[in-house]
Ligand binder design. Structure first.
Ligand code: NAD
Length: 502
């Protein structure tokens, strides 16, 4: 494909109109300028061109937003809203988003670089599924009654627990699937009656701002969802440090997660951390390679490898190793690289020049440490940030490309002998986010599932975040879960009530 930059004439009117507007921060239901009036540029990764500018929110803006969220938390309009009305409101929000799905998909194509149809049906599809799934919960959140009997001599009690909103949630999200991950925080917060200050990534802030406009259109009350665009070092840390923020829900890198966890301790916030991964893919010798290989390729090259649960370490049982690597190489070479707005693009550019430099640094390190690039290994010349899908065969298990998260279209392939060996290689990582097993022997599959230390195991499947299935990491991949009923526990506090009866 020779068209490598987005053709902006393909934009639907909603997306074009959004790019032409002056952008502001959403605080207390109003669109306001940042306290400093400073802005920063948003870049199209397919061309390196400036798309628009957004406000550079700082600690003053975070303070205003947190105070608005705190006021909304205690406003009877939100605090006392009937759970069934919260459900209706969340479905209305989903309806409004759905009506703008194409436009949002295009904006993700511009901002992140992903193909717009993947943005529309994959990412925005998941946003809708998550919001509608969580909209089912407000009427079902409950505590327990507990019979504690005569807890003190001759004193009987009626005792129960209730789940209450944790309070003001500071949501800090990354750039790779920004709308989807923002909704993984917003939806459970709305379901449980919390209020939110969302800080999108400085690399991809556009979708969140448009989501804010749609939230207002849907009738989300003022102050319930506040959005402050800005950088991690000022807006991000101010949100984590703010004493009126009760919970931080963070998705991003391990290094930032560690810094946030330390800072949040000062005010003893409730913290959930969804961090990086280096997820293993185990292919057993009875696997159906015709099904496995295309799914493995989608899993690592989809969104140009910028997926936290991407299967980036391939381990294939020795007898079928050569065949699997050859089939995967063929698949990788067939992928059409191009700008997100082009209908034929299957994989887009990396998100930024800085990120391309990081990914190319890893590719160089892989080659220097003796891995063989059977496919790819190069950046594409030109203004956009494209890197070829790359497969490293036979790197050493200790090498950087096997041990560190690259977050690009790079997969390593190593053979293993038996289940014991495969599980040991899979677990030899500081990460424990997702994992994949391909095979047809159900007994072997059941034997290996408990052996893998990871938050998720996908069997004969590519990555698929379902709103009902909790998603989160073990080891350095994080603390707590997004999605599923389990996520609600992270957005509520459990209160124990003991009523003396005599
Ligand atoms: P990042 O950690 O650089 O930034 C994430 C967010 O944190 C951004 O909004 C950034 O502005 C903010 N931030 C940065 N420093 C901060 C600080 N000191 N205090 C407060 N906020 C700060 O991550 P990224 O590069 O945007 O995203 C890629 C990473 O995200 C990868 O490691 C990927 O694996 C991870 N990720 C994890 C999941 C998951 O569910 N586990 C999902 C998607 C991405």
């Amino acid at each position: 494909m020779n068209v490598m930059a987005n053709d902006l004439s393909r934009l639907v009117p909603g997306a074009r109109g959004f790019l032409e507007r002056e952008h502001r921060l959403l605080i207390g239901g109003e669109w306001v300028r940042s306290a400093s009036s400073e802005t920063f540029e948003v870049i199209d990764p397919s061309s390196g061109q400036v798309l628009t500018k957004v406000p550079r929110g700082n600690a003053d803006d975070i303070d205003r937003a947190v105070k608005a969220a705190h006021a909304a938390l205690n406003d009877p309009a939100w605090r006392d809203m009937q759970p069934s009305d919260r459900e209706r409101l969340m479905h209305r929000f989903a309806d409004v988003i759905e009506a703008h799905a194409e436009e949002l998909g295009q904006m993700e194509a511009l901002d992140v670089g992903m193909p717009s149809l993947i943005g529309q049906f994959g990412e925005v599809g998941n946003v809708l599924a998550t919001l509608r799934y969580m909209a089912g919960w407000p009427t079902k959140i409950h505590g327990q009654t507990l019979d504690i009997g005569e807890a003190l001599p001759e004193k009987r009690y009626f005792s129960y627990t209730r789940r209450e909103p944790v309070g003001v949630v500071g949501a800090i999200v990354p750039w790779n699937v920004p709308l989807m991950i923002a909704m993984w925080k917003i939806a459970p917060a709305l379901a449980t009656g919390c209020t939110i200050v969302l800080k999108p990534s400085e690399v991809t802030p556009l979708g969140a701002l448009r989501l804010g406009e749609l939230a207002i259109e849907a009738g989300i009350p003022p102050g319930v969802l506040n959005i402050v665009t800005g950088f991690g070092a000022d807006a991000g840390t101010a949100l984590v440090a703010h004493p009126l923020v009760d919970k931080i829900s963070f998705t991003g890198s391990v290094a930032t997660g560690k810094a946030i966890n330390k800072l949040a301790t000062d005010t003893m916030k409730n913290v959930t951390l969804e961090l990086g991964g280096k997820s293993p893919v185990l292919v057993l010798d009875d696997a159906n390679l015709k099904k496995a290989v295309p799914a493995i390729a989608r899993g690592i090259f989809g969104n140009t490898g910028q997926v936290c649960v991407a299967g980036s370490r391939l381990y294939v049982q020795r007898g079928i190793y050569e065949q699997a690597v050859e089939m995967l190489s063929k698949q990788a070479r067939s992928l059409k690289m191009g700008p997100g707005l082009h209908p034929e693009s299957q994989i887009g550019p990396l998100v930024s020049a800085q990120h391309r430099e990081k990914v190319m640094g890893y590719i160089k390190a892989g080659l220097e440490q003796g891995a063989q690039a059977v496919t790819g290994g190069h950046a594409i010349e030109g203004p956009g940030y494209y890197v070829e899908p790359t497969i490293f065969a036979n790197p050493s298990q200790e090498s950087k490309v096997v041990q560190e998260e690259i977050f690009g279209p790079v997969i390593t392939a190593i053979p293993f002998d038996d289940l014991e060996h495969g599980a040991a290689l899979a677990n030899d990582s500081i990460y424990g986010l997702a994992s994949y097993v391909w095979g047809t022997d159900i007994q072997k599959i059941h034997q290996i599932i408990p052996r893998i230390r990871a938050g998720s195991v996908f069997v004969n499947s590519e990555p698929f975040p379902h709103p009902a299935m909790p998603l989160g990491g073990t080891k350095q991949s994080g603390i707590g879960k997004d999605l599923g009923e389990e996520a609600l526990n992270h957005y509520t506090e459990l209160k124990s009530v003991m009523i003396g009866l005599n």
